[in-house]
Design a protein around this ligand. Structure first.
Ligand code: ADP
Ligand code: MG
Length: 258
């Protein structure tokens, strides 16, 4: 190796960098979860490239949340594995997985109701990034600005309306500075008028390079904000591809309309 010229060394380094960039950020292999006799998720595998936005679709009860819960550490898989940035994170606690760089929102928002909006985001950046109080406050204010919550910082989380809660849920997930953000029905429960605001926010999160996996029933979001779609039905992955391909897929049509 010591005989390499400078040019060859540069080239070798470049090849190494390209290989690293081509590696999936997330690799899910054969993830399986049963609840008693119920098959919630059965042998699901997929890869997510860095910077991609992936949509996860499927009828109610298809296993979408269970799959996300296994990736984020809320449920331990019965079998299968989760690789993130090339590391095996299967079955780690949510706290550890958060530290590896995966942030998430819950289908049902879970703020601390007796804390203010600002304090809720501060807590998330203290736990997610190990910030002290002053840094956590600065970071929380920055995120409240991004999520257009600055005016609500003193409101108690238990008192705020749906759109604010959804934004707070996002701000809390972003507080750990995730490279992968998992969003479970973040637009559910919002009115038609409120949707564009959440869209804009997602676009912003995407534009700074954050990789996203989102569950959504709103087709407009699936068609306009997503690079690839994975479709589940009865715990199984039944299709994966571009939005156009997936919507033409017979198994998908059968799952939704059959
Ligand atoms: P989706 O998010 O696609 O609507 P879920 O992943 O929430 O689906 O649920 C998949 C199946 O697993 C459903 O039948 C649901 O009732 C079941 N399930 C989910 N979580 C649990 C749990 N903690 N205990 C028992 N059954 C569960
Ligand atoms: Mg769900």
């Amino acid at each position: 190796a010591q005989d390499l010229t400078g040019g060859q060394r540069n080239q070798a380094h470049l090849m190494f960098e390209i290989q690293r960039m081509e590696q999936p950020l997330l690799s899910v292999r054969g993830l399986t979860k049963h609840f008693g006799g119920l098959v919630a998720v059965e042998h699901v595998s997929f890869d997510v490239s860095p910077g991609a936005t992936i949509g996860l679709m499927g009828p109610n009860g298809a296993g979408k949340s269970t799959l996300l819960n296994m990736i984020a550490g809320d449920y331990k898989p019965d079998s299968g594995s989760v690789l993130f940035k090339g590391r095996d994170i299967t079955g780690l606690s949510p706290h550890k997985i958060c530290h590896h760089g995966i942030g998430r929102t819950y289908q049902i928002p879970r703020p601390f109701p007796h804390m203010t909006v600002l304090e809720n985001v501060m807590v998330a950046s203290v736990f997610g990034r190990g910030f002290g109080k002053a840094d956590a406050k600065n970071e929380a204010r920055r995120l409240l600005h991004t999520t257009e919550l600055a005016e609500k910082e003193r409101a108690l989380a238990g008192d705020v309306l749906e759109l604010t809660l959804k934004r707070l849920e996002l701000a809390r997930a972003l507080a750990s500075n995730p490279s992968l953000l998992i969003l479970d029905e973040v637009a559910a429960g919002l009115t038609e008028d409120e949707l564009p605001k959440i869209f804009q926010l997602l676009e912003h999160i995407r534009s700074v390079g954050t990789t996203i996996i989102l569950v959504e029933h709103i087709m407009k979001i699936m068609f306009e904000a997503v690079d690839r779609i994975i479709v589940m039905d009865k715990g199984i992955k039944i299709a994966e591809g571009t939005p156009d391909d997936v919507m033409k897929n017979e198994k998908v049509i059968e799952a939704y309309f059959g």
